[in-house]
Every structure is written in structure tokens, then in C-alpha cells.
Design a protein around this ligand. Structure first.
Ligand code: OVV
Length: 408
């Protein structure tokens, strides 16, 4: 069989719309909301002519495909390439790109390492770090919320929390860019990220080794399982690699998008300032509305059917989480940033056995930061138009120039 964009080309199933859009084009990546709306309006699934695969963006189908790990597997890759048919760019992730029962065992190690109890011990550190950073930024007054804040906070607190001895910001950000852009087709964004090449990969692989982990951080919990004989050294290294792959770009993007939300909605920022109890929900609402991980694929493991549409074995399905999270049949006034909204059920952190294993850590970081912002900042003004950064799987900003006004 000849491959098409790294997977088995399928014909359009009966009864669905065929669409010539490129979801990985610059225009769509820079401003995906029109794509989200059209995707949902075209039916439960669409056939992407350009990639000979399916996409879904309505809440019901996206949730169904995403959470059914038996019919729609992750082991064949969560990008457009089918790992069963083509060799991936790096050894597959032992949690993201694997199915139960192996997934269950590996994930359990991370679940324990990132337990709510372990994370709650870190919260004071996150809050102190957020306060310190904001005090510095308030002095500067005019800042770029991406380069000076969103990219800085996680790259300070995450390596410290995990216990990484020698990692630096550009390595972490560069690797994240490779991991997420690799999920798309062989386009300019994937190529540009991959150009960072072996030097970044080598530094990341080195960082995962036991000698480069301190005994204070969360990653030590993973290496403890080597000492107790539960897992081998190699698996431990791969689990640490997952933390480095998934832990930085995601939170950088979430923080940038959150600042963008409060900048566009000063009345919502005031609500948060007046009632700090709203901080947690404001973070959820920004996750729902901006869905930093915009889309992941699944691959059908059998011939099956969803919402009356026949899906043949080996079909790649692009599950557009950002579209599901703005489905007007589920969310009233879906593009409104409303910090009092009921956000339960959003799919920004996934759903099913693969849902974000680092979510407690991510939330602890982001809520600490928003609380500091709400305590210290009177208002935020825009200095220049935000600039978005095209990425094959993420929705993130490149630049967000703002002026900070200190609380009087
Ligand atoms: C959720 C996620 C994103 C990217 C990479 C990984 C996981 C990984 O396990 O490598």
C-alpha cells in the first residue's frame, strides 16, 4: 500500500461532506475560529481531501472518538503519521503514543509522581515565584506577555519542580516546538521546528538520565521505582522525557492565551480582582476558550461507525478540541470569555485514559500566576496587536505587548 502524508489514504465515507481546506495552513493556524465554525456546521465528520482523512469538531463526536481508546488508538501516533506504517521521528512516547495495558502501567508511575499531594507541596513555591516575577515586570511596566512572562514562568518553575539539574529555556521550548509541530504534515512549520535537530534532542535525552535529576523534585519519584525494581532505567528515562515534552509548551501557551483573554475582557479581569475565588474557574475558562492543544489525531483500529458514519480501519481522525470547546450546542455564547461560566466538561485537557496526567501541576502553576496578577495589577493595556504563532497542534501567541498598571 502506498502511504499518503504518512498514513493510509482513505476514500470519503458515504454521507459526509468533502472539504478542500488545509487545517495546517498558516491562515487556519493563525485564526482557527472560522475553521472551527465551518467544521462543526459541515456535519459530525468531514473528509479532508488534502489529507485523505477525517476530522471532527462537534462536541459529541469529538468526545466519543477521543475517549474510546479501543476503537480509536493512540499507539499509531496522535498526529497525521501512522506509526504502524511509518517510522516516527523519535522513539514513541511511553504514555502518549501507547495503548492499554502498557499505557496503564506506565501512566500509573506518572500519576503517582504528579499526585495532588506532591503538587500541593509545591504551591507556595509557585506563588512566591509568581510574585517575584511580577514585581520585576511591574518595574519594567511595558512588557511582552509572551517573551517576558508566559515563556519565563514555566521555564523557571517547571524544571525546579521536576528536579532537572541542567536544562535551559531554549532547549525546553525548542523541544516542545518539535514535539507538537511533528504532529502535522511535512509543512513549513514542521520543517522549521525539526531544523533545531539533534543538538536539542541530545540535550533532552541527557537531561532524562538519573545523574541529571536532583533528589528533591517530582522526577525522583520516577527513579525511585527503578530502585524498587518496578521499572527499568530506560523506561524511567522515557517517562521523564514525557514530562519534558508535554510540560512546557502547553503551559507557556496556556499562560499567554490566558493573559490575552483578560486583556480583551477587562470587565472579566475586574470580576476576578474583586473575587479571587474566581481564579480557578477563570483559568478553566481560558483553557476552554483558547484550547492550547488545539487538536490531536486518533487512528481507528477496526472498521467501525460513529453517528451513522462508517469509518474504516486505519483512518486518521483529526479531533479538533478547540472546535468542540466552542460548540454552540454545548456552550452558550461560546466565544465569550466568561469567568463565571460552568466550564465542566471542556476537552482542553483531553478525556478518557489519555487525559492530561500533568493537569494538577499545570493548574497549580497557572492559578498561582493569575492570583499574583489579580493581586498586584490594577489593569492591563494593549500596546500593539497580538501576533499568533503557527503550530501544527497548538494554539499559541508569539508576541503580546502590554502595559502593566500597578495596584495603587
Ligand atoms: C501530552 C503530550 C504531548 C506531547 C508529548 C507527550 C505527551 C509525551 O509523552 O512525549
Amino acid at each position: 500500500m502506498s502511504l499518503f502524508e504518512g498514513h493510509k489514504p482513505i476514500n470519503a465515507p458515504v454521507g459526509i461532506n468533502s472539504w478542500d481546506i488545509d487545517p495546517y495552513s498558516k491562515e487556519v493556524l493563525l485564526d482557527p475560529t472560522t475553521f472551527f465554525d465551518q467544521l462543526r456546521s459541515k456535519g459530525p465528520f468531514v473528509y479532508l481531501e488534502k489529507y485523505k482523512m477525517l476530522a471532527c469538531g462537534r462536541y459529541g463526536e469529538t468526545k466519543e472518538v477521543f475517549s474510546d481508546h479501543e476503537r480509536f488508538v493512540s499507539s499509531r501516533g496522535v498526529g497525521i503519521q501512522d506509526f504502524k506504517l511509518e517510522k516516527p521521528w523519535r522513539p514513541p512516547s511511553v504514555v502518549l503514543e501507547v495503548d492499554p495495558p502498557q499505557h496503564t502501567k506506565n501512566r500509573r508511575i506518572l500519576t503517582k509522581a504528579l499526585s495532588p499531594k506532591n503538587i500541593s507541596l509545591l504551591k507556595p513555591f509557585f506563588k512566591r515565584s509568581a510574585d517575584t516575577l511580577l514585581d520585576e515586570l511591574i518595574v519594567k511596566k511595558d512588557i511582552d506577555a509572551i517573551a517576558d512572562l508566559a515563556e519565563v514562568f514555566p521555564t523557571i518553575v517547571f524544571p525546579a519542580a521536576v528536579g532537572l539539574k541542567k536544562i535551559n529555556k531554549s532547549t525546553l521550548l525548542g523541544y516542545g516546538s518539535m514535539v507538537f509541530n511533528a504532529l502535522g504534515p511535512d509543512n513549513e512549520f514542521r520543517r522549521e521546528a525539526m531544523n533545531l535537530g539533534m543538538s536539542v534532542i541530545q540535550k533532552i535525552n541527557d537531561q532524562c538520565l538519573v545523574g541529571n535529576i536532583d533528589d528533591e523534585g517530582l522526577a525522583q519519584n520516577i527513579y525511585d521505582k527503578v530502585e524498587s525494581g518496578e521499572i527499568d532505567q530506560e523506561l524511567a528515562g522515557m517517562l521523564v522525557r514525557s514530562l519534558l515534552s508535554a510540560g512546557i509548551d502547553t503551559t507557556v501557551s496556556a499562560i499567554g492565551n490566558l493573559i490575552w483573554c483578560i486583556l480583551q475582557n477587562p470587565e472579566q479581569f475586574n470580576k476576578i480582582k474583586n473575587d479571587k475565588e474566581l481564579v480557578n474557574n477563570a483559568v478553566e475558562e481560558s483553557l476552554r476558550l483558547t484550547s492550547p492543544v488545539k487538536a490531536f489525531c486518533r487512528t481507528s483500529s477496526i472498521n467501525t461507525e460513529v453517528s451513522g458514519i462508517k469509518i474504516e480501519e486505519g483512518t486518521k481522525v483529526l479531533c479538533v478540541l478547540g472546535a468542540a470547546n466552542t460548540d454552540p450546542d454545548v456552550w452558550r455564547d461560546p466565544y465569550k470569555f466568561d469567568v463565571s461560566r460552568k466550564t465542566m466538561g471542556h476537552l482542553a485537557l483531553g478525556i478518557g485514559v489519555h487525559n492530561c496526567v500533568g493537569q494538577t501541576l499545570a493548574r497549580a502553576e497557572i492559578t498561582s500566576l493569575l492570583l499574583s496578577v489579580a493581586e498586584k495589577i490594577e489593569k492591563i493595556e494593549s500596546l500593539k496587536m497580538p501576533i499568533w504563532k503557527p503550530n501544527n497542534a497548538m494554539r499559541s501567541l508569539k508576541s503580546l505587548p502590554i502595559r502593566l498598571f500597578q495596584n495603587s
